[in-house]
Design a protein around this ligand. Structure first.
Ligand code: NAD
Length: 253
């Protein structure tokens, strides 16, 4: 098992069809104690209970936490350390998107999109780092997006690209600063993955054109991304830090 007895925290992990829950599932299969953080409306406790119902081990935890709120992240980290005594893995997965043309982006749109992906990555990482530094070990995986690399996504607007590009920079800066504490920080950049974030939003007349741009000729599944997150979180990747792993079916070739 790649994550036996590791304590792995996943932000935005409660959506049953999302990348976060697919990662939670795979980490639990690999022996981790999984902590799912999400907004109350997403019901992280139910998501954590579901892992046990699916036979993926016991002792998982769901906590309500808003990654845009520093105190909320700190309270979650304190509760995790109180229960498990350590935090081995953080997956910065919470994110929201919005299709928009450049000139149409309002200040409120900009704040909302950057707040969740970028400020959320800052606050959740700040909350877990003291425990990781005390342990002198840890792995953080940040979910960016192909939108950061292409300067525009299929479904996300320019502010989403900016937020996800910011995540790459923040992650590399963390990797540089915390390498000496044996804490690795890496990113994955998913392409188009079938989750609720884009469900029903791909216009039928655009679908074939999108597939034509993906050498592997299919839209990704959440488990395609989860496998790469698990790899980066595990000791298989123990000499990888500051890496960006593309998970996009070859979209950028
Ligand atoms: P999703 O909507 O299923 O998951 C996002 C989760 O984030 C939800 O559970 C939501 O409740 C949670 N969330 C939102 N605001 C939050 C907050 N303030 N605090 C805590 N949690 C919050 O979508 P997904 O596709 O699974 O997306 C997961 C991540 O992957 C996101 O960062 C997204 O930008 C990124 N991504 C997705 C795709 C794709 O095609 N699906 C591609 C590239 C990147």
């Amino acid at each position: 098992m790649l994550l036996k007895d590791k304590v792995a925290v996943i932000t935005g992990g409660a959506g049953i069809n999302g990348l976060g829950f697919a990662t939670a599932r795979m980490m639990a299969e690999q022996g981790a104690k999984v902590v799912i953080l999400d907004l109350a409306a997403a019901d992280p406790q139910a998501a954590a209970a579901r892992l046990e119902t699916e036979g993926l081990g016991k002792g998982h935890l769901g906590l309500v936490a808003n990654v845009t709120d520093k105190a909320s992240c700190e309270a979650a980290a304190a509760a995790i350390v109180a229960k498990y005594g350590r935090i081995d893995v953080l997956v910065n997965n919470a994110g929201v998107t919005q299709p928009a043309k450049f000139l149409d982006i309002t200040g409120a749109d900009y704040d909302r999109i950057l707040d969740v992906s970028l400020r959320g990555t800052l606050y959740a990482s700040q909350a877990v780092l003291p425990a990781m530094v005390a342990q002198q070990s840890g792995a953080i995986v940040c979910i960016s997006s192909v939108s950061a690399q292409r300067g525009g996504g299929i479904l996300g607007g320019p502010h989403y690209s900016a937020a996800k590009a910011g995540v790459l920079g923040l992650a590399r800066a963390m990797a540089r600063e915390y390498g000496g504490s044996n804490i690795r920080v890496n990113c994955v950049t998913p392409g188009l993955i079938a989750t609720d974030i884009n469900k029903g939003k791909i216009p039928e007349d655009k679908r074939q054109g999108i597939l034509d741009g993906i050498p592997l000729a299919r839209i990704g599944e959440p488990a395609d991304v989860a496998g790469c997150v698990v790899f980066l979180a595990s000791d298989l990747a123990k000499y990888c830090t500051g890496v960006t792993l593309d998970v996009n079916g070859g979209m950028l070739i």
